[in-house]
Design a protein around this ligand. Sequence first.
Ligand code: DX5
Ligand code: ZN
Length: 217
Amino acid sequence: MPTRIVAPSLLSADFAHLGAAVQMLNESQAEWIHLDVMDGVFVPNISFGFPIIKAVRALTQKVLDAHLMIEEPDRYLARFAEVGVQYLTVHYEVCPHLHRTLSEIRRLGMKAGVAINPHTPPEVLEYSLQEADLVLVMSVSPGFGGQHYIPHSTRKVHALANMIQSYGNSTLIEVDGGITPSNANMLWEAGANILVAGNAVFGADNPKQAIADILEA
Ligand code: DX5
Ligand code: ZN
């Protein structure tokens, strides 16, 4: 059975009750917690940074999966290791020296991820798979939760799964944006290993059930 993990995105949680949101995740089947860090430059929104991640770290044993939507991520890699992030993902579109950035993330003791925007073809990662523990396929334009899934993303997941298999790499595939219990099965089948869900979890009447529904889709 291939790896299947649900990573709820805290971006959609009620920030006035963040502790309760993390507690709910602790009791859920989610193995990872997805943390969307935005700088207001790479994406037209600003979210949260180190103090919040540190607070979350103190409340959970779950794997912390940080998705950096920031320019010049190299300036901050060590800080993410310090606050206890385990998977650190940077965007392909802002990394002119991707090999160096991914290698540095691993050197700092974290797993290295690379994200691609909806318009970026997966083939650009052909020579980076060896340095990447994870590839994140953005299935909405990054910046906001609650957007609609972009259908061509499924084809990208297929293409990446084939590419990873043909090179004999063990890189995980994560998909992020507009994921619901209704489209999750198609993505698991296409080769996704981690599905991020914000609105589908935190907007649900029963968030723990929504996590289970995505996992078992
Ligand atoms: C978007 C973020 C996503 C987002 C997902 O920029 O990277 O992680 O929070 O939220 P939903 O599942 O609501 O699209
Ligand atoms: Zn994200």
